[in-house]
Design a protein around this ligand. Sequence first.
Ligand code: IMP
Ligand code: MG
Length: 181
Amino acid sequence: MHKDVKEILFSEEQLKERVAQIAAQIDRDYAGKELMLVSVLRGSFIFMADLVRAITVPCKVDFMAVSSYGSGTVSSGQVQITKDLSEDITGRHLLVVEDILDSGNTLSYLLEVLRARKPASIRLCTLLDKPERRVKPVHLDYTGFTIPDAFVVGYGLDYDEYYRNLPYIGVLRPSVYGGEE
Ligand code: IMP
Ligand code: MG
């Protein structure tokens, strides 16, 4: 385990198993349809890569990047699109893939932007849900795991851009960001 990680919440095996279950559900729900997966960078890149390889319905992928955090652990509430989609999404079935839903600021803003482009449908898939700090209500269609209010890293999730490469999801030691142990 990495020295800055206090506790492992989900191991590689647990993540793999859950991703397979979500993909199977998506396959059932989108049978006969064509799907467009929209990954919200950067946190969801690993989840997206694993999820798309477990999905068997025909699908396209596209990427969007937003910033709302800076280098802290609490979202600023001000969301900016730093990279937009490459494809036109009008009339398409969109599945937005996120790493974690926390305050809900990022996704509620993103959904508003995407809905205005008139896709045929939009659903949300997040690997992690941290409901305790929700400020804006967001309806989730697919959730990997619900977690308590702790700052987690690994499997794509970062603190100050580090730790994304950890193969598991772990709780970051609060001393790393100047909090109480
Ligand atoms: P929200 O706008 O507060 O819902 O924040 C969503 C974004 O904040 C996520 O997409 C993550 O990039 C980031 N985030 C929230 N909680 C964590 C965490 O515990 N670890 C790493 N990133 C997080
Ligand atoms: Mg994110």
